[in-house]
Design a protein around this ligand. Structure first.
Ligand code: UDP
Length: 331
């Protein structure tokens, strides 16, 4: 019998990390999951705890990482990932994208493992090229509120390439565009859980700015498939994974209102600083290199996601925040 491949997943209790745990367990890997639970939720991976090929470590990957035994792969997915989160915990966001990836790359070098890092469409900032191709270098404000995330992710790409070229570590870089699905935190501040949460609680739907800004939303299963293919590919440069089906936030609010049947009104708030005006992935590379394109339409994906949020307990629905950020906020 072939020996099970061993994979370390950081940020394993988060939205994407937990879906990746499920996928690699399904593929019969031995999954070593790590999370410090600042933004991750243990309930996302609790069902895996009884499995003999699953281990969980409550650990901050910004500190030295020790893993006993061999490792074939590392997926670095630890990071706050919503604008509200990284406003609340900016220093941790910078640390996990710099010290955290440095530890992962050092571990990969020591274990001769292949690393795939979660980068983001935020490396393009408020883009002046549309749709965004991997060749575009971006338009990022390093000192704005989003800078802590954007620059950490850009540094992450730089150090990953350096470990590849200087140390010969096998590396992969995925640039993830807006993604949604079950296991998102209802109160993470992102637009989709925000709108659905508001509809479920009978609150007004809050559009920031005039709602003309655009996003393109990818269903999580499609994203996970793209990441799985990229990990097993031979391509070391960044690859966009996302769904190019672009929509304005105003039209998106209308879709959520229709889906949930809410009779709440839409209210307009100020647009957050440096909020990108338009975003859509050019996925030609993923199509060509990975034979990948998204399969789940927004209407199908939204239905599944709505069912998930509806299944949450009334306490979860009304809780303002699942995680205790207070002690992490640097004032
Ligand atoms: N947004 C909104 N209302 C909300 C939350 C977000 O209109 O209650 C907008 C936000 O300003 C942005 C878009 O929705 O233009 C997507 O925001 P999100 O926080 O989901 O992620 P981003 O793509 O900006 O990282």
């Amino acid at each position: 019998m072939e020996k099970r491949k061993r994979i370390l997943i950081t940020g394993a209790a988060g939205f994407l990390g937990s879906h990746l745990c499920d996928r690699f367990i399904k593929e019969d890997y031995h999954v070593i999951a790590m999370d410090n639970l600042i933004t991750g939720q243990l309930k996302n991976i609790e069902h895996l705890f009884p499995l003999e090929n699953f281990e969980f470590y409550n650990h901050d990957v910004s500190k030295f990482i020790h893993v006993a035994g061999g490792l074939d792969y590392i997926l670095h997915f630890a990071s706050p990932a919503s604008p509200i989160d990284y406003l609340k915990i900016p220093i941790q966001t910078l640390k996990v994208g710099s010290l955290g990836i440095h530890n992962c790359l050092g571990l990969a070098k020591a274990k001769n493992a292949r690393v795939l890092i979660a980068s983001t469409s935020e490396v393009y900032g408020d883009p002046t090229v549309h749709p965004q191709t991997e060749e575009y270098w971006g338009n990022v404000n390093p000192i704005g509120p989003r800078g802590v995330y954007d620059e950490a992710k850009r540094f992450q790409e730089a150090i990953t390439m350096a470990y590849h070229t200087f140390h010969g570590v096998e590396t992969r870089i995925v640039r993830i565009f807006n993604t949604y699905g079950p296991k998102m935190r209802l109160n993470d501040g992102r637009v989709l859980p925000a709108f659905i949460g508001q509809a479920l609680r009978g609150e007004d739907i809050t559009i920031f700015g005039d709602g003309s800004q655009t996003r393109a939303f990818c269903y999580v299963d499609d994203l996970v498939e793209g990441i799985y293919r990229l990990l097993h590919s031979h391509y070391v440069y960044p690859v966009n994974i996302g769904n190019p089906d672009e929509i304005s936030i105003k039209d998106f609010a209308e879709e959520i209102i229709k889906l949930t049947g809410t009779d709440q009104k839409v209210v307009f708030h100020d647009l957050p600083v440096d909020d990108p005006k338009q975003r859509q992935p050019d996925i030609s590379k993923a199509k060509e290199l990975l034979d990948w394109s998204p399969k789940v339409s927004r209407s199908e994906g939204l239905k599944i996601t709505y069912e998930y949020f509806k299944s949450l307990s009334p306490e979860e629905l009304t809780k303002k925040e699942h995680n205790n950020f207070d002690k992490y906020i640097i004032r």
